[in-house]
Design a protein around this ligand. Structure first.
Ligand SMILES: C[S@@+](CC[C@H](N)C(=O)[O-])C[C@H]1O[C@@H](n2cnc3c(N)ncnc32)[C@H](O)[C@@H]1O
Length: 216
């Protein structure tokens, strides 16, 4: 997401710093290990994850976003709502295994990730097997990935990729808002659905074959 550099960004970031996971800090210094944990990768301005945290005080949340000006907006939302069950990591998904312990998450959300339409950029898609390898080890046994997008081509690619990797797929829909599935909208979701674009969604659970196929 491209954003103009925020005014007083560093001072504003410093004001919310208690919400940022520091380098070398363990999430279990802050979160109770016995509680469920959910991670959103590429959380943009943070509307989805901060609302999720506000509605679910018994769950711990982690927002991962590589653009500092974006993550700041989520941190400010969490700070002004006084949320205690959310942490922010400003980093690329490719580095997450250095920041978080293996098998820590019950759910990983990928919401409206960049579609990278050129074939030569396919490896950057968060649902490409190269990227999945960077975050799947974070999922607990029995955990799941929840994926939403407005983009038909990305949805088709992701379905095929996840099926080839032997994920168990469920709740597959090409019109999420026409279903009864409880849903918190992201900023992109609101924008695209206001334009009349149907929102696609699926849930993917890895199987033993998935880990074998990925060599992890
Ligand atoms: C299209 S925006 C969607 C934002 C938000 N999820 C929403 O639905 O409103 C995708 C976001 O993912 C972030 N992103 C893309 N690739 C990433 C990566 N490899 N690691 C971390 N964040 C990433 C971008 O910086 C951008 O903010």
């Amino acid at each position: 997401m491209r954003l103009r550099r925020k005014k007083n960004r560093d001072e504003r970031y410093a004001r919310c710093e208690r919400l940022a996971l520091a380098d070398g800090q363990s999430i279990y210094d802050i979160f109770d290990k016995s509680l469920p944990l959910e991670i959103e990768i590429g959380s943009g301005k943070g509307g989805f994850i901060t609302q999720s945290a506000a509605q679910n005080p018994g769950i711990s949340f982690i927002s991962v976003e590589r653009v500092k000006d974006c993550i700041l907006m989520g941190m400010e939302k969490a700070e002004s709502a006084g949320l205690e069950n959310i942490l922010f990591i400003c980093a690329d998904a490719e580095t997450l295994l250095d920041r978080l312990p293996p098998k820590c998450a019950d759910v990983i959300y990928i919401n409206f990730c960049d579609p990278w339409p050129k074939l030569s950029h396919a490896k950057r898609r968060l649902t490409h097997r190269r990227m999945i390898t960077h975050y799947l080890p974070l999922l607990k046994d029995g955990g799941q990935i929840r994926f939403k997008t407005d983009n038909d081509a990305l949805f088709d690619f992701s379905l095929a990729e996840l099926q080839e990797l032997s994920f168990e797929l469920s709740e597959v829909t090409r019109d999420l808002h026409a279903t009864d599935t409880p849903n918190i909208m992201t900023e992109y979701e609101k924008r695209f659905s206001d334009m009349g674009v149907k929102i696609k969604r699926l849930v993917a659970k890895p199987t033993d074959m998935t880990y074998k196929a990925l060599g992890i």
